[in-house]
Write a protein that binds this ligand. Structure first.
Ligand code: ADP
Length: 175
């Protein structure tokens, strides 16, 4: 399974994958961090698509995911998921983060997408401890791929070297 997982260091908006995941906030109206970068690179069509989803479905709850077009991005679609805000660890943060990863995988597979890229959800402004978040990401994705054939390939996109090394270490340990 691990041959279907890769670590990429850099800006997620540059990736030529079928679908990339946005660490959104419940409003879906854009924000800072990776969310801001995705909206800037995708252009106004993405915000329009998000507004439509918001009108139809309301806010996106933590752990849930929705899919939109990708505007000017090289990707074909964007899956917006809302990670948990870290509140010390006893507010179901781990389960919600796991749900976020799993719901993104399910949505990508349901749409027939073969390649999917994740940022490190919740590890920026939302404050989830990085090692625990990476363990959840690696375990949830690895377990999913052992059971399902889609997506065929998953990229963990790390913005900095420290996170890249962390993901590589965890994947080697599982390997
Ligand atoms: P959250 O609100 O879920 O914590 P953030 O966007 O604040 O989301 O941070 C999530 C992670 O995304 C952080 O590890 C941050 O370093 C990383 N990140 C920020 N910009 C980018 C980008 N352009 N591409 C990939 N990862 C990014």
């Amino acid at each position: 399974m691990l041959s279907r997982i890769e670590v990429f260091q850099g800006d997620i908006t540059t990736l030529h994958v079928d679908v990339l995941v946005n660490a959104a906030n419940p409003s879906l109206m854009g924000g800072g961090g990776v969310d801001g970068a995705i909206h800037r690179a995708a252009g106004p069509a993405l915000l329009e698509a998000c507004k439509l989803v918001r009108q139809q479905q309301g806010e996106c709850a933590p752990g849930q995911a929705v899919i939109t077009l990708a505007g000017d991005l090289p990707a074909k679609a964007v899956i917006h998921t809302v990670g948990p805000v870290w509140q010390g660890g006893d507010h179901h943060e781990a389960r919600i983060l796991e749900d976020a990863y799993r719901n993104c995988l399910n949505l990508a597979a349901a749409n027939g997408y073969k390649t999917l890229a994740f940022p490190a959800i919740s590890t920026g402004v939302y404050g989830f401890p990085r090692v625990a978040a990476a363990e959840i990401a690696v375990n949830t994705v690895s377990d999913y791929l052992t059971r399902k054939s889609l997506p065929e390939r998953v990229y963990f996109v790390c913005y900095d070297e420290e996170n890249t090394r962390l993901y590589q270490r965890l994947l080697t340990q599982r390997g």
